[in-house]
Design a protein around this ligand. Structure first.
Ligand SMILES: [Zn+2]
Length: 422
């Protein structure tokens, strides 16, 4: 093996972004093979499968599930999402053939692993070389309760600024245990929730609003935000405020959450670029997540640490230009390698040429299951070492510089930014 590849293969990774469900959830849900599809499910939907067809509530037999799966597998097996499942099946479960019989065997194996309390440690620490993983539970689960041996929590805060009806305000009351009658009460309640998350071990906040509105954010006055808030607070359940009032309220709260994240020393992860089809009920309005929409916020909050997720793909040229100029922006390659290895390679090449290496966060698997983190890190290590070999070949980096770069972006930068004790 080439010496750069060997060095990269040995780096103990700090994984900057996953959505791995807690082991208890996995065991209770008795997750099987069809529960591991994750991203591939999206490609199958794009290839014509009915959304949710492979979910368990249809009461199909395992055999029927396997047949339905194979029907769409044949249509999608070329994509990197499919290759990732293939890698999991081969490396972690020894599956070579893709027929009903083999799938049923793997199904049983996955179920057994879902009941094995050592499986997470085996896959993450031993098979993937990942020392620590930043993980986000689903947006509707507001808990920092993770296994701190393996994980640190990052919290979705969308629920604090996606308020549209009385129900959403009641959710904040419940989480904060504060009665909310005025907008000031509401801000205090949101701050109390943030403070609680920090005390419980949160290492960063996450704003995922590009999935449900634009990243562009105005600068409404307190009065404008309060007007929208009061409209909702005084409405009967489920009656919504006017869109422009809601927009002012959301924009105000986005500013507030950034301000409070700064106060608590929390880096702010923001979704930019490509959307997953499954959770984006808004019909994949890609243009909502153009990274340039964030520029006014990047200008205003110089003391913030903005981690812009997913390299802004497919707006990665604008993204790189922004990262080159703003000291408060960190680039992040979460999810990018499996969206397109070719794009990831191109982005890495340009990142090395353009962005100070102290601001690059090289890996986040963005998977729900530990198996996905395994296959993704394997692909990432291949792509990263390939790019570094090319850079050394071009004479742009020495071999020593190339290895140091990899160590920084896969480990040291994340330890520094998220203040991790590992
Ligand atoms: Zn994510």
């Amino acid at each position: 093996m080439n010496s750069i590849m060997e060095a990269v293969s040995k780096i103990r990774i700090i994984d900057g972004h996953e959505h791995i469900v807690t082991y208890e959830t996995r065991r209770n849900e008795n997750v099987d093979f069809f529960g591991l599809l994750h991203y591939l499910d999206s490609d199958m939907i794009t290839a014509g499968m009915e959304r949710g067809a492979l979910e368990r509530h249809h009461q199909r037999s395992d055999e029927e599930m396997a047949e339905l799966f194979l029907n769409y597998w044949h249509r999608t097996s070329n994509t990197t999402y499919a290759k990732m499942l293939q890698c999991v099946a081969k490396d972690l479960y020894g599956l070579e053939k893709w027929d009903v019989k083999s799938l049923l065997e793997m199904n049983e194996q996955v179920r057994r692993k879902s009941a094995d309390p050592t499986w997470y440690t085996t896959v993450l620490k031993e098979r993937s070389g990942i020392d620590m993983t930043l993980t986000l539970q689903l947006p509707e689960v507001h808990t920092t309760n993770v296994d701190f041996e393996l994980f640190r929590p990052v919290m979705f805060l969308d629920f604090t600024y996606k308020i549209r009806s009385l129900k959403d305000i009641e959710e904040i009351e419940k989480e904060s245990k504060i009665d909310v009658h005025t907008f000031k009460d509401y801000l205090n309640a949101v701050d109390a929730i943030l403070k609680r998350f920090v005390d419980e071990g949160m290492v960063a906040t996450k704003l995922g609003h590009a999935y449900w509105r634009t990243l562009e954010c105005g600068k409404p006055t307190l009065y404008e935000a309060e007007t929208g808030f009061n409209r909702i607070r005084t409405s009967p359940i489920d009656e919504q405020a006017a869109p422009e009032q809601l927009r002012a309220l959301q924009d105000y709260l986005i500013h507030f959450i950034i301000q409070r994240s700064i106060a608590y020393g929390m880096p702010i992860q923001i979704h930019t670029g490509h959307h997953e089809t499954s959770p984006s009920g808004n019909g994949n309005v890609l243009t909502n997540s153009q990274v340039t929409g964030l520029i006014p916020l990047l200008h205003e909050y110089k003391e913030a640490k903005f981690v812009l997720l997913h390299s802004g793909f497919p707006y990665h040229q604008e993204y790189l230009s922004i990262a080159k100029n703003f000291p408060n922006v960190y680039t992040d390659l979460t999810w990018v390698y499996i969206i397109s290895p070719t794009a990831a390679k191109q982005i890495l090449h340009q990142m090395i040429e353009m962005v100070p290496q102290s601001k690059i966060l090289g890996f986040g698997g963005d998977y729900i299951y530990v198996e996905g983190a395994y296959s993704h890190q394997k692909l990432m290590r291949n792509i990263l070492s390939g790019v570094l070999v090319e850079k050394v070949g071009e004479g742009a980096l020495s071999e020593e510089e190339a290895v140091q770069f990899a160590e920084k972006v896969l480990r040291h930068n994340l330890i520094d930014l998220y203040k991790l004790n590992v």
